[in-house]
Design a protein around this ligand. Structure first.
Ligand SMILES: Cc1ncc(COP(=O)(O)O)c(C=O)c1O
Length: 394
């Protein structure tokens, strides 16, 4: 089916006079999700006590929608505010024994590296970093350094599904197979995968998978999740002890459990009062993308990132840092702009050209991470390159 991307763009809330190329940090809500969200807030605020029940009923539907999208059972899912919380649940929720090691990579997000560093200091668990080539030439080039860094002590591997810096897609099915062959548990940082394209957690054979809904899935901000395979759920202690402390703690409405989570996962996600409207409206975010087609969204993101590559191919002062091999890249393209460090690029791009994009200063050079989601258009990429070329030659 051919899509009218211009008309899809008009269903999103961002300012049409601005260019938003930072879905890698936060996605933009489409109008139906926003309307659902504010409607739910209004409904709840009309009576914060009685208004909870219908929202809890809809929450069960939203959990099922998200679980269906991820190809898992809703009972194996805990809704949490973000992927940082989800991975903290794993790293700080496991019992660590003398001699255990954590393996990670040199491509991880800073806050997650902090989580690992804290665990290392607190429990004396060494954190080993496998070095992944940037960009890698093949999935094997990612798997080899990970396998080489596994020791008899490695207990948990923590790595991204899609990396923050260059949008590299890791072969998670093969990584799980490798980790399990060595008796290692694996926890994925799925900050960028849900919504960039389809995510099949059953196929991934992940032990743990933390994800964000507020980036590429374009849900309200502050909605993420932790999936845990049923076989490893009993390994996790609760970091926040609330009503879910009781193993029978499923909420019942009219005798029916409304939060169809297993007791272990219900307990993990039960933090007392949370942003119920945001969690509920996430079901609408899933529905909205599924209606367009998750494969079509992924293909559009790749097509636009191909367009970014085409635009830089004749500019000798630009290097592409993201992988170029099919299967290893999605909707993020990071490019290095040689000699453009110290030009206050971030400010110039926003104030002069109305472009929002993350800029990383690296001494003499700078790099920008271009997120190309379903609401971006080729003309916006043209505008980015016009801006960069003008700033470069100024
Ligand atoms: C790979 C990766 N992990 C984790 C995060 C943290 O996301 P959050 O702040 O929503 O927990 C980010 C955010 O950009 C990320 O890129």
């Amino acid at each position: 089916m051919a899509h009218d991307w211009q008309s899809i763009r008009s269903q999103y809330l961002h300012d049409p006079d601005q260019i938003y190329l930072n879905t890698g940090s936060w996605g933009v809500m489409p109008t139906p999700v926003y309307e659902d969200y504010v409607g739910l807030i209004r409904q709840l605020e009309s009576n914060p006590t009685q208004g909870r029940r219908p929202l809890l009923e809809r929450l069960a539907e939203s959990r099922r929608a998200l679980a269906g999208y991820l190809n898992i059972q809703a009972r194996d899912l805990a809704l949490l505010p973000n992927v940082t919380a989800a991975l903290n649940m794993v790293v700080n929720g496991l019992d660590w024994a003398e001699g255990d090691e954590i393996l990670t990579t040199d491509q991880e997000y800073g806050a997650i590296l902090n989580t690992l560093d804290n665990a290392s200091k607190r429990w004396g668990v060494p954190v080993v970093k496998a070095e992944i080539p940037v960009p890698p030439e093949s999935p094997a080039a990612i798997l080899a350094p990970i396998e080489a860094a596994i020791t008899d002590q490695t207990r948990l591997l923590v790595c991204s599904h899609i990396t923050t810096r260059t949008g590299m897609i890791l072969p998670i099915k093969e990584i799980s197979e490798l980790a399990h062959r060595h008796g290692v548990l694996v926890a994925y940082d799925g900050a960028h995968a849900p919504g960039m394209g389809p995510v099949d957690l059953a196929e991934s054979d992940a032990d743990f998978y933390g994800g964000n809904c507020h980036k590429w899935l374009c849900s309200p901000k502050g909605v993420g999740f932790l999936y845990a395979n049923p076989s490893v759920q009993p390994l996790l202690h609760h970091l926040i002890v609330s009503w879910g402390y009781s193993p029978e703690g499923t909420v019942e409405v009219d005798g029916e459990p409304t939060i169809n989570s297993s007791p272990a996962m219900w307990g993990l996600g039960n933090w007392g009062t949370v942003d119920l409207p945001g969690q509920v409206a996430t079901g609408e975010a899933v529905r909205f993308q599924e209606e367009i087609g998750t494969e079509a969204i992924a293909a559009r993101g790749r097509e636009l990132s191909g367009y970014v590559r085409d635009r830089v191919s004749n500019l000798p002062w630009i290097d592409i840092l993201s992988p170029s091999k099919p299967g290893l890249f999605g909707s993020i393209t990071t490019i290095r702009l040689r000699g453009m460090g110290g030009k206050n690029l971030n400010k110039q791009l926003f104030e002069t050209y109305r472009i929002t994009i993350p800029v990383f200063e690296e001494g003499e050079d700078a790099s920008v991470r271009v997120s190309t989601h379903l609401y971006n258009l080729p003309a916006e990429i043209d505008h980015l390159f016009k801006a960069i070329t003008e700033i470069q030659s100024a």
